[in-house]
Design a protein around this ligand. Structure first.
Ligand code: ADP
Ligand code: MG
Length: 247
């Protein structure tokens, strides 16, 4: 469903060019929960921002279903971002002046299509993620974990093809992290969502079906969880990261 082929991206700092992505290729299947790991500065956020077309790649292709994103014009791209992609960020990015319920509806409001079905969808998402009781509260009145579950619900309101998450547990304690990861699992299991999550947290990554490890601007290794226990998979991830450090 998502195919990234030979993606290159460099940044210019004065006269120096830093090549961050040096030919990244990967694939995400429908219904998969995939993590991208890698050391700080390895280009995880850059990769995510290229996939969401917030920054243009230098070369390579990004294909979502059968749409090649680089060829879309501004309007078509805005539509893809609003309707086909859902975003979750480290710092939640909720609007302070809107309630939890209103924040969740925001992408639908922006898309200009609030119907009774949208309202029902919002209610269903609140139920699934256990935030129904705080629907009328404002972001300042709820916990970090509740904010992030609100953000996950917001990301799902328009039935997107793909959820893109950048360090979604980065600002949360372990209990809240667990609740947010649980909400991704529920999105996958109950709603058939596909999730692509960037994280440096092996605990968060250990819940995924597959973990892609970036190093030196390319995919260094991909680990499949298979039927392994979460803790066993986390140990494998930690081993891989240790091995990467030694090489
Ligand atoms: P990660 O998310 O894995 O920590 P990033 O993708 O944020 O890594 O950054 C990768 C590298 O690119 C870092 O060295 C960072 O300093 C650099 N970088 C990121 N964004 C920019 C930018 N807008 N201009 C210049 N350099 C950048
Ligand atoms: Mg980052």
């Amino acid at each position: 469903m998502l195919t990234v082929k030979d993606l290159h991206k460099s940044y210019q700092a004065g006269k120096v060019t830093y090549e961050v992505l040096k030919g990244v290729s990967l694939q995400v299947e429908k219904g998969e929960f995939v993590a991208v790991m890698g050391p700080s500065g390895s280009g995880k956020t850059t990769l995510l921002n290229c996939i969401s077309c917030y920054i243009p790649a230098d070369s390579g292709t990004i294909t979502l279903e059968d749409m090649e994103l680089a060829y879309l014009g501004e309007d078509a791209l805005a539509k893809v971002r609003n309707e086909q992609l859902g975003f979750v960020f480290q710092d939640f990015l909720l609007l302070d002046g809107l309630t939890v319920g209103e924040n969740i509806l925001l992408p639908a409001i922006i898309g200009g299509k609030i119907t009774s079905q949208t309202e029902k969808r919002a209610e269903q998402l609140c139920d699934v993620f256990g935030i129904g009781h705080i629907r009328d509260k404002y972001p300042a009145e709820i916990s970090g974990g509740e904010k992030q579950r609100t953000a996950v619900a917001r990301a799902l309101i328009n039935h997107p093809l793909l959820i893109l998450a950048d360090e979604p547990t980065g600002n949360l304690d372990s209990k809240s992290s667990r609740a947010v990861i649980r909400s991704f699992e529920q999105a996958k299991d109950t709603l058939g969502a596909t999730i692509f999550m960037v994280t440096h947290d092996s605990f968060a990554a250990s819940f995924c079906d597959r973990v892609i490890i970036l190093r030196d601007g390319v995919v260094w290794k991909t680990l499949e969880r298979g039927r392994a226990d979460r803790t066993v998979f986390q140990d494998r991830l930690l081993d891989a990261i240790r091995e990467m450090g030694k090489e």
